[in-house]
Design a binder for this molecule. Structure first.
Ligand SMILES: Cc1cc2nc3c(=O)[nH]c(=O)nc-3n(C[C@H](O)[C@H](O)[C@H](O)COP(=O)(O)O)c2cc1C
Length: 257
């Protein structure tokens, strides 16, 4: 299984075996993180792993998940830090799948004995992980997601590869499965909007979710040998939309064009 295949097979796992992960595998996760592409280069991040095989790091949070391991993502507090952390965090979650490990992001969770800051970096999210009690994978057709016809406005007929990239974006997990993203697809451009709910700025958690979804676009593009640029287009960002808020555009090009 590679990262792209993992997009189709992943699901959030809430029950784990109390099975240790060997140090080599844990080290692989650290090495993968060192090489993972950020969404916003220059934002300093750090990860930590909390082993919880004895359950001593009792977890606090509304929708807690008890797991044998937790991954902690810390980041400098800067513009788009949450989005950047989501982008990196999902790559780690997909990579874990390739190692046979399941995971689940946990919003608003804190672990006993785990500091909320590391130097000048803040704890952005906690992710439960470990060997799953049940199945590691799920059939993509069983993922509860809105269809592309509800998420996208197509200004012209999309290419096959554009549909594949959009499908990977559609499968992205989001907090409470809100799927706040909407796509306007014009040729090789995907203009990405967030459903507005009375807020001017994206809430931190939604921003984290958008980062996850962008990582799916990036992983799919790489798999399909496409070039992708994620950029904010000034002419769109200055427009006012009633029910949605502009986030970014993905310019996806086949390497032949
Ligand atoms: C940023 C983020 C935070 C989440 N927080 C929690 C959480 O606190 N508790 C929980 O049980 N699930 C949490 N989830 C999992 C989502 O509920 C889940 O991704 C969504 O319902 C879709 O299900 P799936 O991932 O199995 O496809 C979170 C997901 C994301 C992306």
């Amino acid at each position: 299984m590679n990262l792209y295949e993992a997009i189709y097979l992943r699901h959030s796992v809430k029950k784990y075996k109390k099975q240790p992960i060997d140090p080599e595998t844990l080290q692989k996760i650290g090495l993968f993180y060192e090489k993972a592409q950020p969404l916003v280069p220059g934002i300093e991040t750090e990860i930590g792993i909390r082993e919880n095989l004895t359950g001593r790091h009792v977890q606090r949070g509304l929708f807690s998940v008890s797991a044998p391991y937790y991954l902690l993502i810390y980041s400098e507090s800067r513009d788009r830090a949450d989005m950047n952390a989501g982008y990196i965090g999902e790559q780690l979650s997909l990579y874990m799948m390739t190692l046979g490990l399941a995971s689940c992001f946990l919003a608003g969770t804190s672990l006993a004995g785990t500091p909320k800051t590391r130097g000048d970096k803040q704890l952005v999210i906690v992710m439960a992980f470990g060997y799953p009690e049940g199945k590691l994978t799920r059939r993509p057709e069983d993922a509860k997601r809105l269809p592309l016809s509800d998420l996208c406005v197509f200004k012209n007929e999309p290419t096959r590869w554009m549909n594949q990239v959009l499908e990977a974006a559609r499968l992205a997990p989001s907090p409470f499965n809100r799927q706040p993203w909407r796509f306007v697809v014009v040729g090789s451009r995907i203009h990405i909007f967030s459903r507005k709910d009375g807020l001017d700025k994206l809430k931190n958690l939604d921003a984290f979710g958008f980062g996850i979804m962008f990582s799916h676009i990036a992983v799919a593009s790489e798999e399909l040998w496409l070039d992708v640029d994620l950029i904010r287009l000034e002419n769109i960002s200055q427009k006012n939309f009633k029910s949605s808020q502009y986030v970014l555009s993905a310019i996806v090009r086949s390497q032949e064009s």
